[in-house]
Design a protein around this ligand. Structure first.
Ligand code: PLP
Length: 357
């Protein structure tokens, strides 16, 4: 029996993706092979990879002067790859809005003059800081933001006006809401939140930013290596890319990003309205900055939080514990979480409140 998985990642995939994977497990088309057994140089695999990139370009309206790289190592590896590839003049600005931007910042620090120009740490990352133009330094190579903060449940609703290429970790909201790619130098994301299974990392990069790497940039992390080999410099995660392709093929069938964004807004509104109108649960995030994808909430005390997490799991509502750094609960409601899953969670929350208040 399927459950509703509220994990921040790896997270739910569309059921259609799983069924299609199952149906092609023993023989993809009439190859007699599972995609996981196939040569990454074969025609069948090559078509899968091309279809993934074609659909992604279409769904995100990626302009022609951008490359799409399919890499490995997660968003975490990009925290190193970005400075190694971009920091030619030696300066970059970072905006700190949570755990992942802190990690991106600290991994970049050894490579140059890296400055945290704004942070919302003073209020446990419950808001996105104001970013007036003059906050950014002159002559930087790039400016780094995290468009959606997976642990703290915030997101940018407007983009800063930066002096250098805007580089964004969009791991937890890519494909969940519209992103104007043309405003960015790089958008990168680990696949396991809202694209497909873990193992694939997507980097969407403006072509003019390729070949600016530091002389000591490792070959495997060099965007030029990967771009000039069409992401086939070494063996890609073929099976993960196949499943990601199926998953975004289904998203396209549902009407693409604008259609899913409407559903995501509806799901988020159901849950936020319920929490805000309850005297029992609360969400501490600044209302204007609330994430559509990750919704943290608290019950009146830590003991009840623990009880909530245990009892909800036994009703098929899985992985509702908040990140260990913040505690409480968190519902991650990415694209593949159906509205019914959110309604079932709210029903459980009502029942839990009645039994424990
Ligand atoms: C999950 C997450 C990461 C870490 O991703 P990995 O692919 O595990 O390296 C980084 N940034 C954000 C915003 C995330 O949500």
């Amino acid at each position: 029996m399927r459950v509703y998985n509220f994990s921040a990642g790896p997270s739910m995939l569309f059921e259609e993706t799983l069924k299609e994977t199952r149906d092609t497990m023993l023989s993809y088309k009439d190859s007699g092979l599972c995609v996981a057994e196939m040569s990454h140089r074969s025609k069948d695999y090559s078509e899968i990879q091309t279809e993934f990139i074609t659909i992604l370009r279409e769904l995100m309206d990626i302009p022609p002067d951008y490359d799409v790289l399919l890499l490995q190592g997660g968003a975490s590896q990009q925290f190193d790859a970005i400075p190694l590839n971009l920091i030619k003049k030696g300066k970059a600005d970072y905006v700190i809005t949570g755990h992942w931007s802190e990690r991106a910042f600290s991994q970049a620090a050894p490579y140059g003059d890296i400055v945290a120009v704004a942070s919302s740490k003073d209020a446990t990352f419950t808001y996105i800081p104001e970013l007036p133009d003059n906050i950014f330094r002159e002559d930087t190579d790039y400016t780094h933001i995290t468009t959606n903060n997976t642990i703290y449940g915030t997101r940018y609703t407007k983009l800063p006006n930066t002096k250098s290429a805007l580089v964004a970790d969009a791991s937890s909201n890519i494909l969940g809401e519209k992103i104007d790619v043309s405003k960015f130098g790089i958008i990168y994301a680990g696949a396991q939140k809202n694209i497909g299974p873990a193992g694939l990392t997507v980097v969407i990069i403006k072509k003019e930013l390729i070949t600016k790497e530091l002389p000591n940039c490792p070959k495997m992390l060099n965007y030029y290596t990967q771009a000039s080999a069409d992401s086939l410099f070494n063996t890609p995660p073929c099976m993960a890319i196949y499943m990601a392709m199926l998953n975004i093929r289904h998203l396209k069938k549902l009407g693409g990003v604008s259609a899913i964004q409407k559903i995501n807004e509806e799901k988020a509104k159901l849950l936020y309205d319920f929490i805000d109108n309850s005297g029992f649960y609360k969400n501490n995030v600044n209302k204007d900055d609330r994430s559509l994808m990750n919704i943290p909430f608290l019950s009146p005390n830590g003991e009840l939080d623990k009880k909530f997490i245990k009892e909800s799991a036994s009703e098929g509502l899985l992985t509702l514990a908040g990140h260990k750094t913040v505690g409480g609960m968190r519902a991650s409601i990415y694209n593949a979480m159906p509205v019914e899953g959110v309604k079932k969670l709210i029903d459980f929350m009502k029942k839990f409140e009645l039994a424990n208040k």
